[in-house]
Design a protein around this ligand. Sequence first.
Ligand code: AHM
Ligand code: MG
Length: 331
Amino acid sequence: MATKTEQELAVPVGVTLDRFIMHSQSAFPYATGELSQLLRDIALAGKIINREINRAGLIDIVGGNGTENVQGENQQKLDIIANIRFIRALKNGGEVCAILSEEEEDIIHTGNNHGKYVVAMDPLDGSSNIDVNVSIGSIFSIYRRVTPINGPASISDFLQGGRKQIAAGYIIYGSSTMLVYSTGDGVNGFTFDHSLGEFILSHKNIGTPSHGSIYSVNEGHYHSYPKFVQKYIEQCKSKSFSARYIGSLVGDFHRNMLKGGIYLYPSTNKDPKGKLRLLYECYPLAFIAEKSGGKAHDGFGSILDIVPQSFHQRSPIYIGSADLVDDVVTG
Ligand code: AHM
Ligand code: MG
């Protein structure tokens, strides 16, 4: 019979996020607790956004805002609300000196110049699903700043590359709300218990199956995909894989991570560099994928090895079970 490790006994499924964070911090004797506080701030933003989303139909916060974000995409009212909530939680927390958001062109200086961290985020991804009660998510990526403490953050803090992330994760607002994150040592998932107002450890040390039979891609764009992607889609069909595409990256990724599968967003005629944003969509999910045993590729190499050039750059992405990602990129 398998014996439980000390670690497993110390943090059983069912502990609160706070206790889990405290326990993880105690494993590092010189940890100052700042990253722990930052993770708590993100969880708080998630709780607040969860509340807003849950009553979206009751108050006037569904629908478009009549504005466009920096990418020229229509902003939803909830996109803007989530952006404000996240920024406020991170500013108040004090650990973050600057934020990069999908919703804003330039970095946002929080005024906490002593903060050691910067955060890149998509406050609410899957905007087209907001008004129709389909899963959406918040995505975040955390770096230790490289500019000197007590001065302002700069572009170099954000363009460090995916391998320099010290933590990343997402909050999925689905049939239940979950926070999934990694600080580099395993991936853990916490389900929000509304009655307690707490995230509870429900998915411990998540491992992505190396194989699977789900493929997630917008087949409406089939004719503008590269040949190797078209070929892969045909292979999926010939193997009777299940097609599952929500059009909400976090939801599609989360399902495939747990069940085994692949998500593809290739280059298209409309988006020759892919649609998804490197810094706050591809990098953080690639980090989670790799830490759970999966892979994330852009067709040339690992997503995490792409050298970033600008805040809002895009990338093609093939992410999920390791064998399936290999199958796509090796043709
Ligand atoms: P968004 O950041 O504007 O919400 O766009 C990202 C979303 C992803 O969640 C989703 O996987 C993809 O765009 C869907 O795109 P498409 O409608 O082209 O299939
Ligand atoms: Mg997005």
